[in-house]
Design a protein around this ligand. Structure first.
Ligand SMILES: [Zn+2]
Length: 76
């Protein structure tokens, strides 16, 4: 009988602990979510034809935008 009471106490403690943990944890649906990234202007490298954001592109001497220094320095 003594062990039964002890078992009930342990179960109650675990139940209270789990209840408190669930209350403290954030809900599955967070209230504030990061806004989706804004659409970026994409450009195409004239050498390898890869698309990349305009902010990452390298302007060449001919006014075109390249993906990397190697392609910018390439003549054709
Ligand atoms: Zn390229």
């Amino acid at each position: 009988m003594k062990y039964l009471i002890l078992l009930l106490v342990v179960l109650a403690a675990v139940w209270f602990w789990r209840k408190g943990r669930d209350a403290g944890a954030p809900r599955a649906k967070p209230a504030k979510k990061a806004p989706p990234p804004l659409p970026q202007d994409m450009v195409q490298c004239p050498v390898c034809h890869v698309h990349l954001p305009r902010a990452d592109a390298l302007p060449g001497p001919d006014g075109q935008l390249y993906c990397c220094v190697e392609h910018r320095s390439r003549k054709d």
